[in-house]
Design a protein around this ligand. Structure first.
Ligand SMILES: C[S@@+](CC[C@H](N)C(=O)[O-])C[C@H]1O[C@@H](n2cnc3c(N)ncnc32)[C@H](O)[C@@H]1O
Length: 390
């Protein structure tokens, strides 16, 4: 099978986790970029990334790079590329354009010049040309400008993969699904789950963390419920290869449900957001496998041996007032610090760094170990949780 190059985008700070994840799909990561990873491998690896990546936003099949220090130069590069190999002449396409430089100052202009180049390429070789469709195009061409160079590719994911299809309703300040997955991976949840550990999110909101935790424990492909992908009408698509991967994902999902599963639960003081969480759980096909209950963290007492091993991961609200944040920090600390004797405890806070010293838990956490991700911070306070040397 011939080798292709892919650019896989992801949230900032998640690149090193994504590089490891791509390796498990048979892709070879060659370079991390801000908010993405360049990788090489077969089309099968690219399809696997679309179906199985828990961390990616988009998967771009790289085609070529052209000079783009002016709009005309960009056009010249694009018009010489062989677009007939990729876009059906009777189909439709759109161009997504990212970046700017001194000559190409806005993305609309950049996208227009790329579109002109593609259309003129078709016109020059016969007259008939695909149409342009802003919504539901057959093929999405990705153009990313970096200084004077434009990288062109086919967006084989077709939409951002963080949208798994289960979360049509949200609570306040929900975590994106792929960021939730990154936190779980960073906390070592896949291994803890395999070893029978429990998962608890004491402020679960719409349930993103507990749903992602369950999907990992059950080996459910995050793209399993997607209705469509960007490669389906792309001329290089290999339907048999894709069908085989979908069948494999169904088999793994079936096997996952036969396993002894860890106990996984979410709690929240707001019963309205819990009905959203329950609907999301149902849409993800996880009813009966994870539970969500109403409780304020101050009243939360887990019964029996719950969370005697495993992971407690919490994404507290971002209070407006410092005093509120302190109060909440104290509350989380009182509840979670005792659990940290036997469990890993992670707190995802998206606050100015000085607040790390305002919350007893986060303060305790960062003094033991911590991991910086973009402007946010995943802090941990635990005995068995060690920070990977990265
Ligand atoms: C940032 S949101 C969590 C969002 C969640 N990770 C998601 O993806 O939907 C914080 C949640 O904490 C809950 N919360 C705030 N104070 C709480 C408390 N004292 N006890 C329990 N839950 C609380 C809120 O109702 C809110 O749903």
């Amino acid at each position: 099978m011939s080798k292709s190059v892919f650019f896989v985008s992801c949230p900032k700070g998640v690149e090193y986790l994504l590089a490891d994840e791509l390796s498990t799909f048979g892709l070879e990561p060659v370079r991390n970029a801000p908010a993405g990873v360049w990788a090489e491998g077969s089309l099968e690896g690219g399809y696997r990334a679309c179906l199985w990546s828990r961390l990616a936003n988009r998967v771009i099949l790289h085609l070529d790079e052209v000079d783009a220090t002016s709009g005309d130069q960009l056009y010249d590069g694009v018009v010489h590329m062989d677009w007939q190999q990729h876009i059906p002449v009777t189909g439709s396409f759109r161009v997504t354009f990212l970046g700017q430089n001194d000559a190409i100052r806005n993305t609309q202009y950049g996208a227009q010049r790329v579109k002109d180049g593609i259309v003129d390429r078709f016109r020059a070789s016969g007259g008939q040309r695909p149409s342009v469709a802003a919504k539901m195009p057959d093929v999405t061409v990705s153009a990313r400008l970096n200084r004077g160079r434009l990288s062109l590719g086919i967006d084989i994911s077709g939409h951002s993969l963080h949208m798994r299809g289960y979360r049509t309703e949200k609570g306040a300040a929900p975590l994106k699904e792929n960021l939730a997955a990154a936190l779980l991976m960073r906390a070592g949840w896949p291994e803890l789950a395999q070893n029978g550990g429990d998962f608890v999110d004491p402020m679960c909101g719409s349930g993103t963390l507990v749903i992602e935790a369950a999907m990992m424990a059950l080996d459910l492909a995050p793209g399993r419920k997607q209705e469509s992908f960007g490669f389906e009408k792309w001329l290089g698509h290999q339907p048999d290869l894709w069908l085989g991967l979908r069948q494999e994902a169904e088999r793994r999902a079936h096997e996952g449900k036969q396993r002894k599963l860890p106990r996984m639960a979410g709690f929240d003081q707001d019963s309205r957001v819990l009905s959203t969480a329950r609907n999301n759980i149902e849409r993800a096909g996880l009813q009966g496998l994870v539970q969500v209950e109403s409780s304020a963290i101050a009243d939360l007492a887990l019964e029996g041996d719950w969370a005697s091993s495993g992971l407690v991961l919490v994404n507290p609200p971002y209070g407006e007032r410092l005093s509120e944040r302190r109060e909440l920090g104290t509350c989380i600390g009182r509840w979670a610090i005792p659990s940290s004797a036997c469990c890993r405890v992670g707190v995802w806070v998206c606050l100015p760094v000085h607040l790390n010293t305002a919350s007893p838990l986060v303060c305790a956490a960062t003094s033991s170990t911590g991991c910086s991700m973009a402007s946010c911070r995943l802090s941990c306070c635990c005995s068995p949780w060690t920070t990977p040397a990265r």
